[in-house]
Design a protein around this ligand. Structure first.
Ligand code: AMP
Length: 220
């Protein structure tokens, strides 16, 4: 591994579902050209495939549970082997379990990169509101919230008025509860794991999107 001034990084955004990881990762991608690698988005894209694996993934996602570590690792490995991930990239929604964190250590070694984790912290009652109110544009991915950031026209993207906003299948109250519990049981412990090795920073995820973006961007 090159021991230059600069070692490329794998930025891990850790935060509960609804903490705003996707919004922030998308901004880093748009403004700084740092690729956003979202396992959730990749699994959702599998919907168009009619294979046994795609059907299985869909079912797991709809329930709010986690896809297996093996399948998830394979998807991340293949995606980050592409040309655009040769430098620093952002992982949004990965790792989510201790096994995945181990697998990522291996991947980082192979790719000659350092892992840096950033926790985006939002209290649970706020997350519930954010998730059940969340809507997104199927064309540009812009995220709205019927409570806190409604579109100008009901159910329509401001930039793509022909596109009807989507309500994710797993943003219903029951799946949201399961996803928050799964986060607390499996993913939250990773915060201590990265802190113990001095690789964790924390940002407050409750303020304005721009302020949170500045805080995250400054850390990278
Ligand atoms: P997200 O969009 O990140 O909230 O992910 C949506 C769903 O995709 C999750 O509830 C899981 O079912 C699945 N998923 C996304 N990332 C992972 C991961 N790292 N490990 C296992 N399942 C995942």
């Amino acid at each position: 591994m090159a021991k230059g001034f600069f070692v490329d990084k794998i930025i891990v955004l850790i935060g509960a579902p609804g903490a705003g990881k996707g919004t922030q990762a998308r901004l880093l991608d748009e403004r700084r050209g740092i690729p956003q690698i979202s396992t959730g988005d990749m699994f959702r894209e599998m919907k168009t495939l009619d294979t046994p694996l795609a059907r299985e993934v869909q079912e797991i996602m709809a329930s709010g549970k986690l896809v297996s570590d093996e399948v998830t690792y394979r998807v991340v490995r293949e995606r980050t082997a592409r040309e655009d991930c040769r430098g620093t990239y952002v992982l949004d929604g990965y790792p989510r379990t201790a096994v995945q964190a181990e697998q990522l250590e291996e991947l980082a070694r192979e790719q000659g990169k350092e892992i840096r984790a950033i926790e985006v912290d939002v209290p649970r009652d706020e997350l519930l509101k954010r998730l059940t109110g969340r809507r997104s544009c199927p064309v540009c991915g812009e995220i709205y919230n019927i409570y806190s950031r409604p579109p100008k026209n009901d159910g329509r993207c401001d930039l793509h008025p022909d596109a009807e906003l989507l309500h994710r299948a797993d943003d219903n109250e029951e799946s949201v509860m399961t996803r928050l519990d799964t986060y607390a049981a499996n993913t939250e412990p990773l915060i201590a794991y990265y802190a113990a090795s001095g690789r964790l920073s924390k940002v407050d995820g409750t303020g304005e999107v721009e302020a949170i973006y500045s805080a995250i961007s400054d850390l990278i």
